[in-house]
Write a protein that binds this ligand. Structure first.
Ligand SMILES: [Zn+2]
Length: 456
């Protein structure tokens, strides 16, 4: 590949740890970069007082390709390739994109100009092949969060009533309203999305459209048409942003015949199309199984962490926390997780005390894999095909819905490794969320769907 030039790349967006830029240069002279994005690490503008442990781009890539891809399926994990980047490219690019980045983000962090590599990825939000008889490409990004209720016997009896009956996401909503990070609770419950039941999956998707927060975004040919920022504040009952979404969706899906629903007709068809795609793919089941690798709940895991730390202070060379994701021990953890039946092993306090250091490390490793998957995003891209004939682009999947044929693609993104040393923070966060829920929430007005009810 020829040397990259900063002027060929445009700012796309950023999260806490990475900035994404998309290729907007001349496609004829750079055909291998067409439809690609670069995901580049950030580094803080002011060096933190104590050095923070992070993983390098190379370690992230090894984690994604060697551990996460086998767990979730290669077809869903968009790992792309690692490309070397010159320091001059990174410095030029950092200057070029500064004006487009949110001011608060610019003050906090810049591109890591000492970084030597970045991930070059297929842009999953971009248009599929475009021609006169196909619609624009619509892409939905969903942050599903935790789709299970814990069953661990390590949960303290005083927390058990709340934690075994309300999911983490729904409990967290109460705390977020209190501390002002959101202005109203969403009716979205991850247990609905992961339920495998059509009406519950549809209910989850409708709730996401109603109160998007940062859990859903919709793009049309890569441009955002629904985000949390577009939704009105809690004191407004305006549905204008949903009407706007509906006007976009006119170009993708037919109107629903049944207009009894609370949503406008094209949003209704769109939600039912998405639900059908999610139900016919095994992805949500795999994500849920991976999340359930959190066997002990953080309450049990924290004790295990403490006992490991006691004998193996962090900083000492060990496969669990030094980022050697190509270590055979990590692969064994994944193989073991895949071989296991869907029911997690239930471990008692007594069993855990008898475990060897390696067995404890393996349980913590499974927890950290689960933590990655609890934080992922799902991207579903859809395009309407006007002719019912065979699709020449054979690498897409297809679905017929409401008498219309679509091609689609599903991917999982935001799958970074989680730090071993974050476990005490996970424990504190959990304590705060659960305590706040028990002190301030009203069970009867919590939107959580709770444990599955036996079939009638
Ligand atoms: Zn819930």
């Amino acid at each position: 590949m020829q040397a990259l030039r900063a002027e060929d790349w445009s700012y796309r967006g950023e999260g806490a740890a990475n900035i994404v830029v998309s290729f907007t240069g001349d496609q004829a002279s750079n055909p291998e970069l067409e439809g690609k994005v670069l995901r580049i690490r950030k580094s803080p503008v002011v060096a933190p007082s104590e050095p923070r442990q992070t993983f390098s781009t190379e370690q992230n890539y090894a984690y994604l390709t060697r551990l996460i891809a086998p767990l979730l399926g290669d077809e869903y994990v968009n790992a792309g390739q690692l490309v070397p980047l010159a320091a001059t490219f990174l410095q030029d690019l950092d200057q070029r994109i500064a004006a487009e980045r949110p001011a608060k983000r610019v003050q906090a962090a810049r591109l890591d100009c000492a970084g030597s590599a970045a991930q070059l990825l297929r842009d999953v939000g971009r248009p599929f092949i475009q021609s006169h008889d196909q619609s624009d490409t619509f892409c939905v990004e969903i942050k599903p969060k935790w789709g299970f209720l814990p069953t661990s016997s390590f949960i303290h009896p005083s927390n058990a009533t709340a934690k075994l009956s309300k999911c983490r996401y729904c409990m967290h909503q109460w705390l977020k309203v209190s501390n002002g990070s959101i202005d109203r609770r969403s009716r979205y419950c991850p247990l609905d999305l992961f339920s495998g039941t059509r009406h519950r999956v549809e209910r989850a998707l409708h709730s996401l459209v109603d109160v998007p927060q940062n859990n859903v975004r919709v793009f049309r040919n890569g441009r955002a048409i629904l985000t949390g920022d577009k939704a009105p504040p809690a004191d407004s009952n305006s549905r204008a942003y949903i009407a706007e979404l509906d006007r976009h969706l006119v170009d993708l899906v037919p109107a629903a015949a049944d207009d009894s629903d609370a949503q406008p007709p094209h949003v209704q068809t769109f939600v039912s199309l998405l639900a059908e795609i999610l139900l016919q793919e095994p992805l949500l089941q795999r994500l849920q199984a991976a999340q359930r690798l959190d066997h002990l709940d953080i309450e049990g895991l924290k004790g295990l962490y403490d006992s490991v730390i006691e004998r193996h202070p962090v900083g000492q060379d060990h496969w669990l926390w030094d980022g050697r994701f190509d270590a055979p021990e990590w692969s064994r953890v994944v193989q073991q997780a895949l071989a296991r039946s869907s029911t997690a092993p239930s471990l008692s306090v007594h069993d855990v005390a008898a475990l060897s250091l390696d067995e404890k490390a393996a349980i913590i490793a499974e927890y950290l894999l689960a933590a990655t998957v609890k934080d992922c995003s799902i991207m579903v891209s859809v395009q309407r095909l006007s002719t019912p004939s065979e699709d020449p682009a054979t690498h897409f999947k297809h679905i017929t819905h409401s008498g219309t044929r679509f091609r689609y693609h599903v991917a999982v993104v935001d799958l970074d490794p989680k730090l071993f040393r974050n476990i005490p923070k996970y424990h504190r966060d959990d304590g705060e969320i659960v305590q706040h829920y028990m002190d301030h929430a009203d069970d009867s007005t919590c939107y959580c769907s709770g444990p599955a009810q036996p079939a009638q």
